[in-house]
Ligand binder design. Structure first.
Ligand SMILES: *Cc1c(COP(=O)(O)O)cnc(C)c1O
Length: 491
């Protein structure tokens, strides 16, 4: 429909023209040719965007030129090859285009139409890729935060139903009698999930990890025994397959045994590291995954889907439905009498809103489908193995250098290391390593993050970015060493 056919101010056509207008800026951005100067240029771009609400619209062309000139060039450079700071990255091309296609032609995930069917297919492919039994109910959501809430909502339903209560209908009662167990390396979104689900943040018992940063089985067992004696019930145990701090994978088999013994739901948070099962060298660490009852994974991490895509798989579909079903509404009408589908309105297609927190939702599956169609299981496997190799390379280089110390060896694609200087205690080394990290960020080429391990500040590269190469891996370790030497010699 062309502008001017009615009184609508928004342009509903010219999609090709509009895209063409911003493509040069997008392509230039994606070259990551210059170091990141977004922060140092913030005066200029902020003054360009901090404007009052326009009373009279400025038109599509103004929007396009501001996007091209101000917004895109100063965008977020986490897709830059030397960026290894976060567990999310910038999406690859097929996913960007599929995402756009979804927003034009699949603007909701329901009804009898390909974006709806592809939602299911993408979940099936993802389950197969990650070793999740095919009968489990999958559902996409906005990311790990919600994906973990969905898994734990099912856990809550299971726990309360066992004592004859329906928490979805009646609310939670006597919450003080229930606990969720995890290592203290659990992602904080799971603690918020406990808050959102009415269990309370305090219901999460965070057990200090073992010396490989995993859930400490002995400590878990002893606290379960102690709590049982006091009448405290285990609602769930959360195992993380790939913590964000060190990439540690909690020991699934002994955790599954304890979950069975104490009647707890086993939820696995594989938001980051779930894809690690594809690396043959460490696949054995995922044994026991099929004994979990729920599993969360983020396609917007290692799969490089656009941010806003998480997934949960729950073994018991009916239970998940009881936890999250949407009360039926009356207003959906069909066209046919005999049950024959002649219009999309005759059916919602594959229904996901009964297994999720969202009613209206974008078609997310199409991005996952596009990525898997483009590179296949093999392409994902190659990426995971390559990135795990990168972390092993960091470990090797740091071990070889007397000025560097490995604080957590590589299991997945993270290796934490720090710069060492003679005669400095941990406090001084913490300052020194923070200063190295600050300088790396200011240089804007090789950007890892930092974290703290046993009170020690460490440089933490996490490799999930498809654009990264071995060159940036080696360069980062060398640069940390150089910057450390410079700072120590007061340069
Ligand atoms: C990233 C991550 C989360 C949080 O996911 P978001 O997508 O950022 O909401 C939770 N758990 C783990 C293990 C993660 O890596």
């Amino acid at each position: 429909m062309q502008k001017g056919m009615n009184h609508e101010k928004a342009d509903c056509g010219r999609l090709g023209d509009a895209l063409q207008a911003i493509i040069p800026a997008l392509e230039e951005f994606s070259r990551y040719a210059e170091p990141d100067q977004t922060a140092t240029h913030q005066k200029e771009w902020k003054s360009a965007v901090e404007k009052p609400l326009p009373q009279k619209g400025e038109g599509l062309d103004t929007v396009l030129s501001e996007l091209s000139e101000t917004v895109i060039p100063n965008g977020l450079r986490i897709g830059m090859p030397g960026f290894s700071g976060w567990v999310t990255t910038s999406p690859t091309t097929s996913a960007v285009v599929a995402n756009l296609a979804g927003s034009v032609a699949g603007s909701q995930r329901w009804m009898v139409q390909p974006f709806n069917t592809i939602e299911r297919i993408a979940l099936e492919w993802l389950a197969e890729l990650l070793g999740i039994p095919s009968e489990w109910q999958g559902t996409f959501s906005s990311g790990g935060s919600v994906a973990n809430i969905i898994g734990l909502a099912a856990a809550r339903q299971h726990a309360f139903e066992k004592i004859g209560l329906d928490p979805a209908r009646e609310g939670v009662q006597n919450v003080e009698n229930w606990r969720i167990y995890s290592s203290s390396e659990v992602h904080h979104v799971s603690i918020r999930a406990a808050a959102v689900l009415g269990l309370g943040r305090n219901s999460v018992v965070q057990i200090p990890p073992d010396d490989a940063f995993r859930l400490d089985i002995k400590a878990l067992k002893s606290i379960l025994v102690r709590h049982k004696k006091k009448g405290i019930r285990p609602l769930a145990i959360i195992a993380t397959t790939g913590t964000v701090n060190t990439g540690a994978i909690d020991p699934l088999l002994p955790i599954a045994d304890l979950a069975d013994e104490f009647g707890a739901w086993l939820h696995v948070d594989g938001a980051y590291g779930g894809f690690g099962i594809l690396d043959e060298r460490i696949a054995y660490l995922f044994e026991g995954l099929d004994r979990a009852r729920s599993f969360a994974v983020d396609p917007h991490k290692w799969l490089a889907a656009p941010v806003g895509i998480g997934a949960t798989f729950v073994r018991d579909k009916a239970l998940l439905g009881r936890a999250l079903t949407l009360e039926p509404a009356e207003y959906l009408e069909g066209t046919s009498l005999a049950g024959e589908v002649t219009s999309a309105f005759d059916q919602l297609g594959e229904v996901f809103h009964d297994y999720n927190l969202e009613q209206s939702a974008p078609s997310r599956g199409v991005s996952v489908w596009a990525i898997l169609k483009e590179i296949g299981a093999e392409g994902v496997r190659d990426r995971v193995v390559r990135h795990n190799d990168f972390a092993r390379r960091v470990q090797h280089m740091a071990e070889e250098d007397e000025r560097l110390e490995v604080l957590s060896p590589a299991t997945l694609s993270i290796c934490c290391f720090r710069y060492l200087a003679e005669g400095k205690d941990d406090g001084a080394l913490n300052e020194l390593n923070l200063e190295i990290a600050r300088r790396l960020r200011a240089e804007g080429r090789l950007v890892p993050s930092t974290t703290e391990i046993n009170g020690k500040i460490t440089i933490r590269p996490c490799y999930i970015n498809p654009r990264g190469t071995r060159a940036e891996v080696d360069a980062l370790v060398r640069r940390v060493r150089e910057l450390g030497d410079k700072i120590v010699s007061n340069q």
